[in-house]
Design a protein around this ligand. Sequence first.
Ligand code: BG6
Ligand code: MG
Length: 262
Amino acid sequence: MDLEPSEKEQVSYKAIVFDLDGVITKTALVHAAAWKEMFDEYLMKRAARDGEPFKEFTHKNDYLPYVDGKPRYKGVQSFLESRNVYISFGDKDDSADTETVCGLGNRKNIKFREVLQTKGVEEYPSTITLIKKLLANGVKVGVASSSKNCQFVLQSAGIENLFATRVDGVVSAELGLKGKPEADIFVVAAKNLGCTTDQSIVVEDAVSGVQAGRNGSFGLVIGIARENNEEELQQNGADVVINDFAGIDMSTIEKWFSERNQ
Ligand code: BG6
Ligand code: MG
């Protein structure tokens, strides 16, 4: 419900653009588990076939730096490159058993969707509470996610109507936008909300995402460290790092924003 103008909290930021997985919904771990299962199966197959030693895909050394926050096929490429594995890109319609970047990405997507369909989607209550406050006080709110499952995830959680703009993996493909760590999807989201990047805030849990916020010269980049990775987020572009929005209100954010933009 909108507040009367006199009741509204006055803040100098005009918009906040939230990442989805790990910020709004608890789906980052579902992505991470599906990636691990797919990559470990693939690495084991290569070990048996080509005699390469098997080195498992780990959350800290592989998922967080190479895959988290990036568009699906970019994540596959970044991780494989880090292991000096080069396979052809293939085509987005490649079946899940094709040994291409797209085939591997599609295989992971099947695993991801299976889990969502059986277990559903949980949100972070503290993020949703903040978003509702922002909206009631006239601050614009958008979502910018690399994921092509973004709309499905929002619908499953019943929160699609909270976002005035959604710039996700599907929209990026249609518009030819570059994925995180490039700033494109955050910049387009701010523009869709009628705001400049310096009037807007980015909220991200991934290293590639805070890099995108920094690359887009946003007024403030808030990092959410769900993974004990405060330092990585700070070093890569977060102006402030918190563990969750519990206990953080609009005025705390105003303080960070005005300090950052004095
Ligand atoms: C990001 C996740 O939000 O979306 C990544 O952090 C995921 O783990 C990426 O790989 C792409 O998602 P999707 O759903 O299009 O494969
Ligand atoms: Mg994320």
